[in-house]
Design a protein around this ligand. Sequence first.
Ligand SMILES: *Cc1c(COP(=O)(O)O)cnc(C)c1O
Length: 437
Amino acid sequence: MRLSVALLLSNLLNLKSMTQFSLAHAKSLDVQDPLQKYRAQFSIPKQKNGEEHIYLCGNSLGLMPYRAQEYVNQEMEDWGKYGVEGHFHARHPWMPYHEFLTDKMARVVGALPHEVVVMNSLTANLHLMMVSFYRPTAERFKILIDYSPFPSDRYAVESQAKFHGYDPKGAIIELQPSGDKETVDHDDILAMIDKHGDEIALIMIGGVNYYTGQLYPLADITKAGHSKGCFVGFDLAHAAGNIDLQLHDTGSDFAVWCTYKYLNSSPGSLSGCFVHERHAEDENMPRFSGWWGHDKSTRFLMGDDFKPMRGAEGWQLSNPPILPMAAMRASLEIFEEASMPEIRKKSLKMGDYLLSLLDNIDTDKISIITPREHTRRGCQLSIQVKDADKRLFDKITAAGVIADWREPDVIRIAGAPLYNSYEDCWNFVEFLRLELF
Ligand SMILES: *Cc1c(COP(=O)(O)O)cnc(C)c1O
């Protein structure tokens, strides 16, 4: 009797583990998913055979919302119809166009509206922010950066140090990975700030590392940096639209991010920029200025004296390109409807699901280098491939997966909650499993 109960139990457990890894289970998760309806609002790229790709590359370029095409077309029509008068008479007048984006973008990153502006591109904004917030002195001239940062960030900080007359070798301090991992432990970051803080002028870290997918403790870094008298800024290229950021409360001095990754606002589209409210009224801060940053009530008097707009808008340079902002307007509407907390919730659930499927592959040929804790990751998982064997990546690509390979040995995948399904995750892992055996 006892035996048969045990048998029954083990059969049930087996059944459970079988169903948990089945395609049917993936489909049932999709049916329960409150964000499922958004997938149909995006154009999913198709393969030559007409089937949809498994697109897991929203961390690199977000997909096109159909609404973006419509909004861009509207601006093209209004340009045709009104010419220069479109600045006032377009359905969405071009003169104040960036203001149509501000409130929604501020909600995406958890900031006050006057702390946020959409302008320029990411690396350009990073430089503008460093003009204001990297002010080295003889005793305090260093910049603390992420371990293995995105190359553009490294080039930007190194060139700023050189611009001020410092050798980057002495001026740039890089976080170091903890133990034999690829990622940096929380305590090691804080210890680094504690040790070098008195010499650090600026802490400039990526919110989510582009390579490992590690999410950094932004509030703790800010607090530690400020207690040592450093300015603190973040590059949120991989965090905006991914993590439910609370930039105002986090309290960093500035942040910058691109909008073509998780924010789906078209290739090379404009960047977001955050300047904390405590700097909003400071007109004497060093900055590189342009006419669009001038007080808008007197901008067109074309006067000689620059009077900055209050808050982040005061850093604008040029009248901005309307077409990419039209695409962004469409995308931000979707973020507003879906809401960042819901997006984050699905992202974590989908991440847990992907991890459970990947863990279920019995192999030592791959390992996940992204931290597993919810507080330390976003949508992205970085899969390290043993012996840097890129053939695995090439094979899943041939099978219809769009992911990306980052030298030397990582496949990055990201389930984007607005358009990826649990079925996408299941299909991806199934392709991977088939190629591994
Ligand atoms: C994507 C990315 C960039 C790209 O910079 P652009 O100026 O938009 O070309 C820079 N830094 C980080 C951390 C990124 O992830």
